[in-house]
Design a binder for this molecule. Structure first.
Ligand SMILES: Cc1cc2nc3c(=O)[nH]c(=O)nc-3n(C[C@H](O)[C@H](O)[C@H](O)COP(=O)(O)O)c2cc1C
Length: 212
């Protein structure tokens, strides 16, 4: 009997990461999807301007938080749209910046949003804790471009408040919280834990199984 091989589905992960947390989520998503037989390609959004982590300044950190609160776009280098057209699933991943999607993701949506038409878009959000208005914005933007926004995968920092806010601010400003005795007790790490990353991989496997 002829062995008819079905063409593998393609997931395209488009992402931006500032402090490498989304990159970790993407790495584990990719592993999970591939383990279930999905082809995965990734596109990293690269800002045109220099934007390096950490900012090494409290003033620069405050300024960035203010600008991002008003959804300042960050221009990115051109993106090749052809893999977007052929993908069966688009994953759009990035951090929350002042309750919004990050500047590079906003810019991507402005410039390339029409490519999302008739696509299933899975948002993946890396944040300290506050992701809902970020997600609502994505949902509105994706559906206005004719795409379908799926239930997001959200990964928060697993630290209680106010330590999470203080620790994140310090880390972005370039001050290591763990070098300060009062923080060391309450702030085990910046970002996502290995357990959370393993859970992300399992979620990706579940998604892959429901989509083959
Ligand atoms: C300018 C700026 C603003 C941020 N605002 C928020 C916020 O409103 N809510 C939140 O939960 N996290 C916020 N964060 C924290 C990031 O979302 C979080 O550290 C995320 O894991 C970073 O992902 P990345 O390493 O991929 O950039 C902010 C970070 C930055 C740099």
């Amino acid at each position: 009997m002829k062995n008819v091989q079905e063409k593998k589905k393609l997931a395209l992960i488009i992402y931006y990461t500032f402090s490498n947390q989304t990159a970790k989520l993407v790495h584990h998503m990719r592993k999970g999807l591939r383990e279930e037989g999905i082809n995965v390609e990734t596109v990293k959004l690269l800002p045109d301007e220099r934007l390096s982590f950490p900012l090494h300044s409290i003033q620069r950190t405050v300024a960035m938080m203010l600008k991002t609160f008003f959804r300042k776009r960050v221009r990115i280098r051109p993106v090749d749209g052809s893999p977007i057209e052929t993908a069966d699933l688009l994953v759009l991943a990035g951090p929350t910046w002042s309750y919004n999607p990050s500047g590079p993701v906003l810019y991507f949506l402005d410039q390339y949003g029409e490519l999302l038409s008739n696509k299933n878009v899975l948002p993946v959000i890396s944040c300290r804790k506050y992701w809902r208005s970020h997600f609502r914005y994505l949902e509105k933007k994706i559906s206005s471009r004719g795409g379908t926004c799926l239930e997001p995968i959200v990964c928060t920092h697993n630290v209680s408040e106010p330590w999470s806010t203080i620790g994140t601010f310090m880390t972005i400003a370039g001050i290591n919280p763990r070098h300060h005795a009062f923080m060391r007790k309450h702030y085990p790490r910046y970002g996502h834990s290995p357990v959370q990353l393993a859970q992300i991989k399992e979620k990706a496997r579940d998604i892959a199984r429901s989509f083959v």
